[in-house]
Design a protein around this ligand. Structure first.
Ligand code: PMP
Ligand code: GLU
Length: 395
């Protein structure tokens, strides 16, 4: 059977591939330490569990509206006002199957073939592939110090084909949180050049230093050019519920809804349960954040004991992105690299998995081969065990 050129040109998501590999190994009885999965290990809040059961009991099991339940979009509208100082009416919101679908529908709704999309490196794995699926062209721009985007670097890559800039703060994989000044400079550039901004804010509640700023809240001109993306996967540990959403100008939302009328959004049960998360207060989010704050400290303390790894303390998310270049200079890792003809971070990640049973994601998946991504979504004793195994691997 013939596979399309579009599918052939696509790399498989390294994050989902890593998840699949970790599941396989665990099922085979291997004692793995899984730093690969970017998903909170907490349970969903009790109120969400109750609402999920209620949905089934009340037979809320028929097709939901294409755009998402009206009461859910009203709850999202309240949330955006409350948390982000963003005034979007329920009509300007579309609920999708995870932020992943929101991102893709937003791109399908706005990009034409050969449009250029600026993506800041390191980037989340799916952005370039989603851009390519739209027939558009990813333009990868290096971030500046601290993995913060530099308006100057972005400016140099703007052409008459540039249509969109993708921003992700707090950032996967680096954990960087973009401050108001950096965002303001990018916003100014976007407004001056009439470029859209796709702002993925899915980690907004996982910030340990500084504050989250929604770029669309800076002024009305950037607001009109921005599609704000968010969801409940990280804030409420609801990854399996597949609830994401986008807020944007009416014509963009209407185009996204037309697209979604042919692809469908999340299940009626998930949408009903999501109501309990959005209006359920901040206690579970606070508790999740404190757990990750403690783990972040532990990860930093433990990584400091590993020779050849250097990492700056990330201000947000549940990822760290250590630089492994010095460790790779050690003889046996260099040999691994040579043997497989693989990139350094892939050789490192695969070697670490084979020898020590530790799952990480190679930085090459995020466009930065000097690093690996560690996701601290596992209990503290496993974090200690995992980093101890990394120390053994590089020693
Ligand atoms: N954006 C980023 C930066 C992510 O890390 C993820 C992780 N899954 C997503 C979007 C998609 O989230 P979901 O589809 O689960 O809402
Ligand atoms: N976003 C998570 C990660 O980066 C989950 C996997 C995915 O959807 O790609 O690991």
């Amino acid at each position: 059977m013939q596979v399309s050129r579009r599918a052939t040109s696509l790399a498989q998501s390294a994050t989902t591939a890593t998840m699949a590999r970790a599941r396989q190994l665990a099922a085979a009885g291997v004692d793995i330490v899984n730093f690969g999965i970017g998903e909170p290990d907490m349970e969903v809040p009790d109120a969400v569990k109750r609402k999920t059961i209620e949905a089934v009991k009340k037979n809320i099991t028929k097709y939901p509206p294409t755009q998402g339940r009206q009461d859910l979009r009203e709850a999202i509208s309240r949330k955006l006002k409350r948390d982000n100082s963003l005034g979007y009416s329920p009509d300007q919101i579309v609920v999708s199957s995870g932020a992943k679908q929101s991102l893709y529908s937003a791109m399908l709704a706005t990009l034409n073939p050969l449009d250029e999309v600026i993506i800041i490196k390191p980037y989340w794995v799916s952005y370039p592939e989603q851009v390519k699926l739209c027939g558009a062209v990813p333009v990868i721009v290096d971030s500046g110090p601290g993995f913060i985007p530099s308006a100057d670097a972005v400016w140099k890559r703007i052409t008459k084909r540039t249509r969109m800039i993708i921003l992700n703060s707090p950032n996967n994989p680096t954990g960087a949180v973009y401050g108001r000044k950096a965002l303001y400079e990018i916003a100014r550039l976007a407004v001056e050049n009439d470029i859209m901004v796709l702002s993925d804010e899915i980690y907004e509640h996982l910030i340990y230093e500084g504050r989250h700023v929604s770029i669309a809240s800076l002024n009305s001109r950037i607001r009109d050019l921005t599609v704000t993306i968010n969801g409940l996967s990280k804030s409420h540990a609801m990854t399996g519920y597949r609830i994401g959403y986008a807020a944007a100008a009416p014509e963009i939302v209407q185009a996204m809804v037309r697209i979604q009328s042919h692809t469908s959004g999340p299940s009626s049960i998930s949408q009903y349960a999501a109501l309990a998360a959005l209006d359920g207060g901040y206690a579970s989010i606070r508790s999740e954040r404190e757990t990750f704050r403690r783990r972040r400290k532990l990860v930093m303390d433990e990584l400091a004991k590993v020779p050849g790894l250097s990492v700056a303390k990330p201000a947000g998310t549940f990822y760290v992105f250590p630089d492994i270049s010095a460790a790779c200079k050690s003889i046996h890792i260099a040999a691994l690299e040579k043997r497989g003809g693989k990139s350094a971070s892939r050789a490192f990640s695969e070697g670490l998995l084979d020898r020590e049973g530790v799952v990480t994601v190679p930085g090459s998946a995020f466009g930065d081969d000097r690093c690996i991504r560690i996701s601290y979504t596992i209990p503290e004793e496993r974090i200690i065990e995992g980093i101890d195994r990394i120390r053994r691997f590089v020693s």
